[in-house]
Design a protein around this ligand. Structure first.
Ligand code: DOR
Ligand code: ZN
Ligand code: ZN
Length: 389
């Protein structure tokens, strides 16, 4: 079967059992620099067999995984141990998923950065506590991290929520009030100040408010090397979804307002956002069913992101070019990943509902359940092999 590629070439692929009516297009397989595949320590939520299946089902063949594991990945030995386990699990999955890892920052492990530099995609810094026990909330400790990363030309990916602001809000009843927009704005502005001071490459994970976008725009204008990520849940969900989702919608940083959704879309189309990252953060339904605040924060997203974006493309919210730029071209360049020939074949006209029973993630649920989306991945070419979905 002949399929048009995104680069306007025609390629021949053996997909003959697909419907004649399908509107197929081959895109570069997606890359996501922000997932939590839970190894080691929380394999009951996800492991690299289920994670790899979920990634490929979503059109991704490259992921960069976060270090907030148990134990957290904060030194060379931990990094090597994690790689060994991942390689074993991927072998069993039969999927040659490309991956890279972050090293987690603690208040005094910057001395480990140099040893790990060749083995990692960057340093991950939690300025506010989230899942796991990684936290560096004192500015003097953050300074050392930014300085040493800059010296080694390592990127620092930041979970930017200000711990002190969150703690001051602890008497609040709602997640979006406790982890307020001010907490995110304050931490982003501090991270930008440090990146500017030390000339560190800064990757801002999950920008969620209009104010953060303004700070990013300003910093970019001043020449700070800063990259901004948005997640599908901050684009496609907002505080109104708590009624339907309850703690399934609990995520850090929290869901915001419709106005913030709109500001994020505007920022995408203004060229201020560099990457759409999934922040795939699976937790079991049983864990999520605990009463707040004992319920964990995080939502899965790797299987639905591309389809949500293709559906948004039908609604003229985003172009196909932009999707490829934010889910492939930019992550490949920013993280300096080796180029590959991996493709995702999408059927732009295929309409399907998101159903929990169709998901490959071990957690088995999606905050987007019930949405009818038009545009789905139907096959992936990974390492020159076709995997039909
Ligand atoms: O909601 C979140 N979940 N935010 C994070 O920063 C971590 C993530 C997780 O690992 O569960
Ligand atoms: Zn985060
Ligand atoms: Zn995350």
């Amino acid at each position: 079967m002949k399929i048009k590629t995104y680069a306007n070439k025609i390629i021949e692929i053996d997909l003959n059992d697909l419907s004649e009516n399908s509107n197929l297009l081959a895109l570069p397989a997606l890359i996501v620099p922000h997932v939590h595949f839970r190894v080691p320590g929380a394999e009951h939520k996800e492991d690299w067999q289920t994670g790899a299946r979920a990634a490929v089902a979503g059109g991704y063949t490259t992921v960069i995984d976060m270090p907030n594991n148990n134990p957290p990945v904060i030194n060379y030995a931990g990094l090597m141990e994690k790689k060994k386990i991942i390689n074993e699990q991927l072998k069993r999955s039969g999927l040659p998923l490309n991956y890279a890892l972050y090293l987690g920052a603690t208040k005094n492990n910057w001395t480990e950065f140099e040893k790990c530099a060749q083995q990692i995609a960057g340093i991950k810094l939690f300025m506010g506590a989230s899942t796991g026990n990684l936290l560096v909330d004192k500015k003097e400790d953050q300074e050392k991290i930014f300085a040493e990363a800059a010296r080694l030309n390592l990127l620092v990916a930041v979970h930017a929520e200000d711990e002190a602001t969150i703690n001051n809000n602890k008497q609040g009843l709602f997640h979006s009030v406790i982890r307020s927009r001010e907490a995110a704005i304050k931490a982003v502005s501090q991270a930008l100040e440090l990146a500017k001071k030390y000339k560190t490459k800064l990757y801002l994970c999950h920008i969620s408010t209009a104010e953060e976008i303004n700070l990013v725009a300003e910093a970019k204008k001043e020449g700070v090397t800063v990259y901004a990520e948005v997640t599908p849940h901050h684009l496609f969900l907002n505080e109104n979804d708590y009624d339907r989702l309850g703690t399934l919608g609990q995520v850090n940083p929290p869901l915001r307002t419709i106005k913030d959704n709109q500001a994020l879309w505007q920022a995408i189309n203004d060229g201020l956002i560099d990457i759409i990252g999934t922040d795939h953060a699976p937790h079991t339904l049983k864990e999520k069913a605990k009463p707040y605040p004992n319920s964990p924060s995080g939502v899965p997203g790797i299987e639905t992101c591309l389809s949500l974006l293709l559906n948004a493309c039908h609604e003229s919210k985003i172009t196909l070019n932009k999707i490829v730029e934010l889910t492939h071209d930019n992550p490949q360049k920013i993280f300096n990943l080796p180029k590959n020939n991996d493709l995702v074949i999408v059927d732009l006209d295929l309409k399907k509902e998101v159903k929990n029973e169709n998901l490959k993630t071990k957690c088995g649920w999606s905050p987007f359940v019930g949405r009818a989306l038009t545009g789905w991945p139907v096959a992936v070419i990974i390492n020159n092999k076709i995997k039909k979905l």
